[in-house]
Design a protein around this ligand. Structure first.
Ligand SMILES: C[S@@+](CC[C@H](N)C(=O)[O-])C[C@H]1O[C@@H](n2cnc3c(N)ncnc32)[C@H](O)[C@@H]1O
Length: 171
């Protein structure tokens, strides 16, 4: 039941395919903040090389333990923890932030978790062709911050008509 609850928020196939493709280029450790029912972690695992570690953190105890059981035979480490606990396993070659609340998490703390050449991936943005990027008529300040941060090479990828993903690579 708990995993069914998480499924309504699961990553879309378009985002999942992108995650798997990015993961295929990664060594070291890949992290996900917000496991949900495990869809994103499964996509990351499916693309990542065998020797690349995949670790995911989920705040909700039912979801975290449900996914731990589900992945018991798979090579995915699930933590029942706040995303900040992932720091114990950093630096990461890719970090996927998939909680609506992640949009308000401190950017500098997230940046510290990633190695040089590592990727920060954030999903669920509203596609916008204009500059500065807008969301419902207002400047999307978070997307603007990622796209204009000189410490990163960043792209806003429209994975479907109604959703885009930010990929920021640390220089
Ligand atoms: C959109 S869902 C995740 C979907 C999942 N990544 C997938 O691809 O199917 C967001 C999840 O983030 C979790 N979450 C919210 N705040 C969190 C935090 N501070 N630390 C870890 N997980 C958090 C929520 O409980 C929720 O399950």
């Amino acid at each position: 039941m708990s995993l069914e609850r998480g499924y309504v928020q699961a990553s879309r196939t378009e985002t999942g395919r992108l995650l798997a493709t990015l993961a295929a280029t990664r060594s070291g450790t890949i992290a996900e903040c917000g496991t949900g029912c495990g869809v994103g972690a499964a996509w990351l695992r499916s693309g990542a090389p065998k020797e690349t570690r995949v670790i995911t953190a989920e705040l909700d105890p039912e979801l975290a333990h449900g996914v731990m059981d589900m992945f018991a035979d798979d090579d995915i480490d699930v933590m029942h923890a706040n995303w900040t606990s992932l720091a114990e396993h950093a630096p990461f070659s890719l970090i996927f932030l998939d909680a609506q609340s992640a949009k308000s998490w401190p950017r500098e703390e997230i940046i510290e978790l990633v190695e040089t050449g590592g990727m920060i991936v954030l999903d669920d943005f509203t596609p916008c062709p204009s500059w500065p990027p807008l969301d419902r008529g207002r400047v999307d300040t978070l997307r603007l911050e990622w796209l204009s941060d000189d410490r990163f090479t960043t792209v806003d990828v429209m994975v479907a008509e109604d959703t885009s993903v930010i990929i920021a690579v640390k220089r």
